[in-house]
Write a protein that binds this ligand. Structure first.
Ligand code: PXL
Length: 276
């Protein structure tokens, strides 16, 4: 079978294990070709006290023009953190241009966490992010992002199963076939991933909470899901695998006292992802 290729529209960050620096090796390990489409170039991610940030927005159109002239198409298009309304427009154009009947679009609407939006998220940018939902086949929000996309008050961050189902149903009605709401705190010791696929009963994957939150976890989860799903596994199975993989990486980080903002030591377990 021909090898698949995935466009990764995200930032390239040198140190700290996030975005393309994490996603490209992970999907490559799963025998899928990674094509980087940079949105920004950083020396280290934004959780560090110092970092160099080069916004790539003004050069993205020329960069993407090459792929238009080469009449490329992609089996998958994955997007993550987007810094401006202009970048959302570029992503929209990219998907319209390169998505085929069979390609898979994964949108990770990176906007905030723990009930708060990141500083770069203006009201206008939030509104613009909502306009990407209909393009997604798979959406991977956390609870903060799910609430923001639906204009639901986050409150104390506790939602019962009925409310979760209603919220995911509302997202599905806009287009996505599969949603996983990641990283929902469940008591003090567990984390819940809530999985909703159109016309199926919701399912849950529980993992033990190990240590504190680590940057780049979302990028590891979304890229393992993408790779597994593209390789023919079901959505639930892909999320379950990604959750277990992340737990393994985090356990290693804890045991080796790796600082939380250094990201997940996924390199140690990349070989586990190779199949076939
Ligand atoms: O996925 C997290 C992430 C991605 N990209 C940049 C970041 C972060 C998290 O802080 O700073 C630039």
């Amino acid at each position: 079978m021909a090898q698949k290729k995935a466009a990764l529209i995200n930032d390239i960050t040198g140190f700290g294990r996030c975005s393309i620096a994490v996603m490209a090796p992970i999907i490559s390990a799963m025998k899928i070709q990674a094509v980087a489409v940079p949105t920004a170039i950083l020396s280290a991610h934004t959780q560090f006290p110092e970092y160099y940030f080069d916004d790539y927005t003004p050069r993205m159109k020329d960069y993407i023009q090459t792929y238009k002239e080469l009449h490329m198409s992609f089996d998958a298009i994955a997007t993550g953190f987007l810094g401006s309304e202009e970048q959302v427009a570029i992503v929209e154009d990219f998907i319209r241009t390169f998505k085929t009947e069979t390609s898979l679009v994964l949108i990770d609407p990176v906007m905030g966490d723990h009930g708060k939006l990141y500083k770069t998220y203006t009201k206008e940018l939030c509104e613009r992010m909502k306009s990407l939902i209909p393009y997604a086949d798979i959406l991977t929000p956390n609870l903060t992002e799910l609430c923001t996309l639906l204009d639901v008050d986050y409150g104390d961050g506790v939602f019962d199963r009925y409310k979760m189902e209603k919220m995911c149903e509302a997202i599905c009605a806009q287009g996505p076939e599969h949603i996983v709401v990641t990283g929902i705190p469940f008591g003090k010791k567990q984390i819940m991933n809530y999985i909703y696929s159109r016309d199926e009963s919701p399912r849950i994957v529980m993992v033990d909470r190990i240590g504190s939150d680590r940057s780049g976890t979302g990028d590891v989860i979304s890229s393992v899901i993408l790779g597994k799903y593209l390789n023919g596994h079901g959505f639930y199975e892909s999320v379950k695998y990604a959750s277990d993989f992340v737990s393994t990486c985090i356990r290693y980080c804890e045991e080796n006292n790796v600082p939380t903002h250094w990201g997940l030591c996924f390199e140690m377990f990349l070989g586990d992802l190779v199949e076939g």
